[in-house]
Design a protein around this ligand. Structure first.
Ligand code: S3P
Length: 171
């Protein structure tokens, strides 16, 4: 009975390159919880990479798939859910995720993000972007991220393990 009073998914949000996927996978295995990656779920259901979806159908179409996926996840419990960085662009996504989950915001300095992602070409919104351009996009979204966070976890200079421990201790 009382168990139902507690939100029981761990929802990871944050900008690209803040470690949502790496942290989410490790966290789920540490806590023996199911791991769900929204981007990966979309890629599987479409049989296409995120990059190809953006390219062939456009960002708006991707955002619709993202929101559909979030609604389907309302039925989930005891799961670690890693969101794509743009999940905060639609507040309904956050409302859905919060129904049964606690939102952990992972943060990192732009230079950390830049270093982590510079050899990665799989993110359409970051393709050939400079550190300054990343900073700009980050600034644009900062308020959305801060507003949805139940707990904020900075990831600069921390190991995946340390980040997981921090989340577990605040769960
Ligand atoms: C996006 C982040 C990506 C992916 C898509 C758009 C964004 O996910 O959903 O490329 O708008 O920030 P990651 O944050 O896992 O890279």
């Amino acid at each position: 009975q009382t168990k139902l009073l507690f939100p029981n998914n761990i929802v990871l949000v944050g900008f690209m390159g803040t470690g949502k996927t790496s942290v989410g996978k490790q966290l789920a295995s540490m806590l023996a919880m199911e791991y769900i990656d929204i981007d990966e779920t979309i890629e599987k259901s479409q049989g296409m990479s995120i990059g190809s979806i953006f390219e062939s159908k456009g960002e708006q179409y991707f955002r619709e798939l993202e929101s559909k996926c979030v609604i389907e996840l309302e039925a989930k419990s005891s799961s670690v859910i890693s969101c794509g960085g743009g999940i905060v662009l639609n507040n309904n996504n956050i409302l859905s995720l919060k129904k049964n989950g606690k939102v952990f915001l992972l943060t990192a300095k732009p230079e950390t993000i830049y270093t982590r992602l510079k050899q990665d070409s799989s993110r359409p919104l970051l393709k050939s972007k400079s550190e300054d351009e990343i900073k700009e996009l980050l600034e644009k979204r900062r308020k959305l991220y801060m507003d949805c966070a139940d707990i904020i976890v900075n990831t600069d200079n921390k190991s995946i393990e340390d980040i997981c421990m921090e989340i577990v201790s605040q769960r």
